[in-house]
Design a protein around this ligand. Sequence first.
Ligand SMILES: NC(=O)c1ccc[n+]([C@@H]2O[C@H](COP(=O)([O-])OP(=O)(O)OC[C@H]3O[C@@H](n4cnc5c(N)ncnc54)[C@H](OP(=O)(O)O)[C@@H]3O)[C@@H](O)[C@H]2O)c1
Length: 291
Amino acid sequence: MKIVITGANGMLAKSVIKRFENEELILTDVKELDITDSEAVQTFIRNNKPDVIINCAAYTAVDKAEEALEIARKINADGPKNLAIAAKNNNCILVHISTDYVFGGNLPLNEVYSEEDPKAPETVYGVTKLEGEKNIEENTKEYYIFRTAWLYGDGNNFVRTMSKVALGKKDFPKEERFVTVVADQHGSPTYAVDLAEYIYEALEKEIPYGIYHATNGGFTTWYEFTKEIYKILGIECEVRPVTTKEFPRPAKRPTNSKLSKEKLEKTGINILKWQDALKRYLESDIFGVQL
Ligand SMILES: NC(=O)c1ccc[n+]([C@@H]2O[C@H](COP(=O)([O-])OP(=O)(O)OC[C@H]3O[C@@H](n4cnc5c(N)ncnc54)[C@H](OP(=O)(O)O)[C@@H]3O)[C@@H](O)[C@H]2O)c1
């Protein structure tokens, strides 16, 4: 399989590249292929004739996006449109990554979002990512859109940040060895290696085209997630719960980000549990913290 990977320096891209290392890969970062440049995209795909494009490029700075609608829209909405048109014109499959932020995040906590549930993004990031999904659906038929959430892997991410914070406090007196973490946002952490595996299996099994929720299995809160990180690492640092209200951010965070993975699971792809994924991540050699 000949595969073009866009945004190849990003966090997810690194895991995708590793999973697909036995294929013929054409890696592009923004310098080699700016996905917002429609002409460049058409020419690049026509000249390279890949079987698959995996779009790992995105504008992912959720808070900054609130003040950067134009650029976020270019990258998250126009870019996928350019890739979809190129994919259609050159008979190749487009794989794209979307997000839980396309939903409003206000569903009762005993409910989960299915792929078809009404969309109501409340952030610039979410709005532009939803526009990207629609642009793909309108411009090509052979696509996979994987909505993921709470992604971590080989790059700056929540797990590394919280680990570093706690390790930085390890010589503090006990009463000062604590962190505060939001405890009223619910979702599924997702290890980039596992998302890359889902993508690999989707292509290998040729599952039906369409939109799939693709996170690790099970649900938690950032608070519980942090406790699990410290438990696995054996770090002694108290985790104190706070509410979203006590920790305001420029972009509104969804309370309920619980995505149902039933559709993906029904294709025969094994949904891997978030606790096991976290353990594998913390044991892997890509974790940047010295214990
Ligand atoms: N991270 C999460 O928690 C999360 C959650 C849900 C969904 N997602 C989705 O998952 C996907 C992968 O996320 P990630 O965390 O791996 O992202 P990331 O690390 O921010 O990587 C995105 C990459 O896209 C590149 N890029 C930006 N503009 C570009 C352009 N015009 N043309 C080509 N490349 C461009 C960036 O390059 P520069 O750095 O040089 O700008 C960067 O290397 C994204 O679609 C994201 O929306 C992520």
